[in-house]
Design a protein around this ligand. Structure first.
Ligand code: MEV
Length: 438
C-alpha cells in the first residue's frame, strides 16, 4: 500500500522506480517495463527530459501530428498539433482545406501587452500613498534596469506602472499594476523578476519616506506575480465567403449559414453551451500551444477569464451574415513565446517551430487563434449537419479496435465495413465478433 516517503527527490531514478513499483502497483516487473518502454533510446535526450522537472521516471507521450493546408494572411502553414483526441487533427485539416479554397484565414494582432501585479496592504492616508507612489516611480524603474536592459534594447520592457486602490474590496488592499512588452518571449520570468524587485524597492523606499508615519512605512507586500489574464494581448482570426460558396453540405447553403450563426449565438447566450463550444476551440488552441512548448495552463486560464469578461461566460467566436457574406471570427488573448522556455530545449518543440517557419510570437498568436477557429468551424459544422458522433466515432474506431485486441487484418476489414455504417460501441463489438467467428 502507498506509504509516506522521506527525501524521494534525493533517490536515484532506479530507486524512485523501485519505490513506485513496490508501493503503488500490483505488478512491479510489468510497471518497470512500461516505464522503461517510454524512455528515449538516446541517453542524452532522456537526460534532457529528466531535467525538465523533478522526479522524472519516464516520458508521457502524446501523438504529435500535422494539420496541413492552413492559409493564413496568404501564407501557407502546416500546423503541428500535440493531442490525444482522435478527431481533432482530422477536423482541423478538413477545415483548413475548406477555407483554403475560399481565400484562407485572415488574422491580426490587436495588442501584445502583458500584466503583472505587486499586491500589498497599506492602512494609512491614501493621498500620502499616492504622493509616495509618484515620487518613487522613477526609482522603481531604475531598480529593475539590469533586468530590463536587454529587453529594452530589442524594443520591449515595462510599459507602465500604476497604483491601484482596491480598498473597496479588501481593507488596505492596493496594487502596483504593471504592464509589459515582452516581444517574442512569453515573459513570465522577466515579469516576475521585475515585480519582485518592484516589491523590494517599494518597501525600502517606504521605509525612508519622510511623510509616512512609522505605521505607514510598514507596507506589507503580500505577493508579486504576473497575471495570466491578458485581455490586451489579443489576436483576432477570421474567415468569410459568400454564402453561395459555403455549399458542400446536405442542406442548402443559406440554411446551413443561418443554422451555423444560430448555433454560435446559442453559445453566446447560454453558458452550458458556451463552455462546450469553447472547449472545441481549445481543442485546436491547446494542441498547437503544447506542440510549440508553450504554457497551455496559462493560456486556458486567460482565455476562459476572457470568455467571461462581460459578466457571463460566453462564446469566444462570433458569426454573422451580412449582405450575402458569411463571416466567422474569434478574438482570444494569447500570451505565447517563440524564444526562451522549452523552445530551444525540447527537440520536438524546436521542430514544431521550424515547421511553422520559425514564427515570431505575434505570428504564433495568429496561427494558434486560427487553429482554434478552424476547430470551432469543424465542430459547429458537424453539429448543425450530420451530428458530431459520425466523424468522431469513425476516428475513434481504431482506438476501439485496439482496445478489443483486433489484429491488423481484422482492423482493415472493420475500417472497410464501417465506411458507410454507424460506429457505436455495440456495433463495433458485434461486427468484430462476426469477423472473428468467420
Ligand atoms: C469535442 O471535443 C468538442 C465538441 O464538443 C465541441 C462543440 O461541441 O462545439 C465537439
Amino acid at each position: 500500500m502507498n506509504t509516506p516517503v522521506e527525501g524521494f527527490s534525493k533517490l536515484t531514478k532506479t530507486q524512485k522506480i523501485d519505490w513506485i513499483t513496490n508501493n503503488c502497483t500490483k505488478d512491479p516487473k510489468g510497471t518497470k517495463q512500461v516505464l522503461e518502454q517510454y524512455w528515449n533510446m538516446d541517453p542524452r535526450v532522456q537526460k534532457l527530459h529528466d531535467e525538465f522537472i523533478e522526479n522524472t521516471v519516464s516520458n508521457y507521450y502524446l501523438p504529435f501530428a500535422i494539420a496541413p493546408n492552413f492559409k493564413i494572411n496568404d501564407k501557407l502553414y502546416a500546423i503541428p498539433m500535440a493531442i490525444e483526441e482522435s478527431s481533432v487533427v482530422a477536423a482541423a485539416s478538413k477545415a483548413a482545406k475548406f477555407w483554403l479554397e475560399r481565400g484562407g484565414f485572415k488574422a491580426e494582432i490587436i495588442g501584445t501587452e502583458k500584466v503583472g501585479q505587486v499586491h500589498f496592504i497599506y492602512k494609512g492616508d491614501k493621498q500620502k500613498l499616492s504622493r509616495f507612489f509618484d515620487s518613487v516611480k522613477p526609482e522603481l524603474l531604475r531598480s529593475v534596469a539590469s533586468i530590463t536592459q536587454s529587453m529594452e534594447k530589442r524594443g520591449g520592457g515595462i510599459n507602465a506602472i500604476e497604483l491601484r486602490n482596491l480598498t473597496d474590496k479588501i481593507d488596505g488592499y492596493f496594487q502596483l499594476h504593471c504592464t509589459f512588452e515582452t516581444l517574442d518571449a512569453m515573459g513570465a520570468n522577466f515579469i516576475n523578476s521585475c515585480l519582485e524587485q518592484f516589491a523590494k524597492t517599494l518597501k525600502e523606499e517606504a521605509n525612508s519616506f519622510i511623510d509616512f508615519t512609522e505605521e505607514e512605512k510598514n507596507i506589507e507586500v503580500v505577493m508579486s506575480i504576473l497575471s495570466n489574464y491578458v485581455p490586451d494581448c489579443l489576436v483576432k482570426a477570421e474567415v468569410s465567403c459568400p454564402i453561395s460558396e459555403l455549399g458542400n453540405t446536405d442542406m442548402p447553403s443559406e440554411d446551413f449559414a443561418e443554422k451555423f450563426v444560430r448555433a454560435v449565438n446559442i453559445a453566446k447566450a447560454e453558458p452550458y453551451r458556451a463552455v462546450t463550444h469553447n472547449k472545441g476551440i481549445m481543442n485546436g488552441i491547446d494542441a498547437v500551444v503544447l506542440a510549440t512548448g508553450n504554457d497551455f495552463r496559462a493560456v486556458e486560464a486567460g482565455i476562459h477569464a476572457y470568455a467571461a469578461k462581460d459578466g457571463q461566460y460566453s462564446s469566444l467566436s462570433h458569426a454573422k451574415i451580412e449582405d450575402g457574406i458569411f463571416r466567422f471570427w474569434i478574438e482570444v488573448p494569447l500570451a505565447l513565446g517563440t524564444v526562451g522556455g522549452l523552445t530551444t530545449l525540447h527537440p520536438l518543440v524546436k521542430l514544431a517551430l521550424e515547421i511553422l517557419q520559425n514564427p515570431s510570437a505575434k505570428q504564433l498568436m495568429q496561427i494558434v487563434a486560427v487553429a482554434g477557429l478552424a476547430q470551432n468551424f469543424a465542430a459547429v459544422r458537424s453539429l448543425v449537419t450530420t451530428g458530431i458522433q459520425k466523424g468522431h466515432m469513425k476516428m475513434h474506431l481504431l482506438n476501439m479496435l485496439n482496445q478489443l485486441g483486433a489484429t491488423e487484418e481484422e482492423k482493415r476489414k472493420m475500417v472497410k465495413h464501417f465506411k458507410d455504417e454507424t460506429v457505436t460501441n455495440a456495433s463495433v463489438k458485434e461486427a468484430l465478433e462476426r469477423i472473428k467467428s468467420k
